[in-house]
Design a protein around this ligand. Structure first.
Ligand SMILES: C[S@@+](CC[C@H](N)C(=O)[O-])C[C@H]1O[C@@H](n2cnc3c(N)ncnc32)[C@H](O)[C@@H]1O
Length: 239
């Protein structure tokens, strides 16, 4: 388990500005988060779950959790994040939601939430902060956190297949965020944060989920460097 305190410090410093810049910095915002929500809704409908238990890894200011709360007023939400100032924003945002648990912790901690089970584990734009060994270890724990038939949904960044395709992602992103109206200081701040990213390719995302025992696994959405992956814990799989 590596130390992610510099990641937490960076998000903690900017917590008050975080939400305002989201739509500008994620040009495909509606499709990206919308795909994650649809995966959750479809899976819960198939399983007949009306008030799911949901674990949000790297929940930050509660953006994704709040979208889930709007769809499922009875959902039990567990938000985990290392950056306390981000969780403080989430706490305000979800103040009207009845069943919320906020945990200020590193979700790569092997003892975190041991023995707990959730209908869904979700994560948005966070797992790319983990080193390779932690990505594999957290994937294995995600399998164990899921109830049989439960779904893992990871809306995250991806690298291209080669340096040229990753460079193309960056070029398109820059053009799109400028067109959306992001100012140069917002772009510089985002690029500065990206220097510490440990993003992996599309195929690595799928392999990590498969190796953890999730099946089936798939990518439901991809637009340049933004993708939404999902995997199900098979019914009958051992913890
Ligand atoms: C880009 S923000 C995404 C927040 C939110 N999920 C969203 O979609 O807006 C990434 C968040 O992941 C958190 N994070 C990164 N690594 C973490 C770790 N190992 N444990 C807990 N939180 C982590 C950061 O503190 C930050 O709040």
């Amino acid at each position: 388990m590596a130390s992610y305190h510099s990641v937490a410090a960076s998000f903690g410093r900017d917590a008050h500005n975080y939400d305002a810049a989201r739509r500008l910095l994620i040009p495909c915002f509606d499709d990206f988060y919308g795909t994650a929500l649809r995966l959750l809704r479809d899976t819960m409908a198939e399983r007949g779950v009306g008030a799911p238990t949901v674990l949000d890894l790297g929940a930050g200011s509660g953006l994704l959790s709040a979208m889930i709360a709007a769809v499922y007023p009875g959902a039990a939400l567990t938000l985990v994040d290392l950056a306390d100032p981000m969780l403080a924003v989430a706490r305000d945002r979800l103040a009207g939601h009845g069943r919320v648990e906020m945990i200020g912790a590193d979700y790569s901690d092997p003892d975190l939430l041991a023995g707990r089970r959730f209908d869904a584990v979700v994560s948005a734009l966070s797992i790319h902060h983990l080193g390779d060994a932690d990505k594999a270890a957290v994937s294995a724990r995600i399998h164990n956190w899921l109830a049989p038939g439960g779904i893992f949904i990871n809306a995250d960044q991806v690298l291209g297949d080669c340096a040229a395709s990753t460079a193309r992602h960056r070029q398109v992103w820059l053009a799109d965020v400028r067109r959306a109206g992001a100012c140069e200081s917002q772009i510089d701040q985002a690029i500065d944060r990206m220097r510490a990213d440990k993003s992996v390719t599309y195929t690595t995302h799928l392999r990590l989920m498969r190796d953890a025992g999730l099946a089936p696994v798939d990518c439901a959405y991809k637009n340049q460097g933004f993708a939404v992956f999902w995997g199900t814990r098979p019914t009958g799989s051992a913890a």
